[in-house]
Write a protein that binds this ligand. Structure first.
Ligand SMILES: [Zn+2]
Length: 147
């Protein structure tokens, strides 16, 4: 399923529809920014540009991985979402990959089902997020890896 701005918009809308602890900041940034470059590898990754001189709430202080979310899907593999910020703490990139390691292009007709895991990035100054794992897919942790 080729990447497109529509897919990027759909993923942003999906994120905004979740009850995320940073929903307000994300919503202000999505409101003033726009989808940028689309990854062409077969995933649904995309850049996001928040322009200078606009009002926004930062997602975190500084650049880096901000948040990871794993979703079960109607296919055999999960969907991984990774959010990155730039030095202003603005959303700068969203990785949307099929399987834990971007194993294949995102299949045609895939839809997210349940959130099975959430990890606030690698930073230590973020609050811990409690998530109830409602459903387990067939399990990256069995193989002992995680990006
Ligand atoms: Zn890609």
């Amino acid at each position: 399923m080729a990447n497109s701005e529509q897919h990027a918009a759909d993923w942003l809308n999906f994120l905004l529809a979740q009850d995320l602890p940073f929903a307000e900041a994300l919503s202000t940034q999505v409101g003033v920014g726009k989808v940028g470059q689309l990854c062409a590898c077969g995933c649904h990754g995309f850049a996001f540009d928040v322009p200078a001189n606009v009002d926004f709430l930062p997602l975190q202080s500084g650049p880096g991985i901000f948040y990871e979310m794993v979703l079960s899907s109607n296919f055999s593999e999960e969907i991984d979402l990774l959010l990155f910020t730039d030095e202003r703490g603005c959303l700068s990139w969203v990785d949307v990959t099929y399987g834990a390691c971007n194993i294949e292009p995102m299949p045609e007709g895939i839809v997210p089902e349940l959130v099975t895991g959430i990890w606030p990035g690698t930073r230590k100054d973020l609050p811990t997020v409690e998530v109830e794992v409602k459903h387990s897919t067939k399990s990256w942790w069995k193989f002992g890896y995680r990006r």
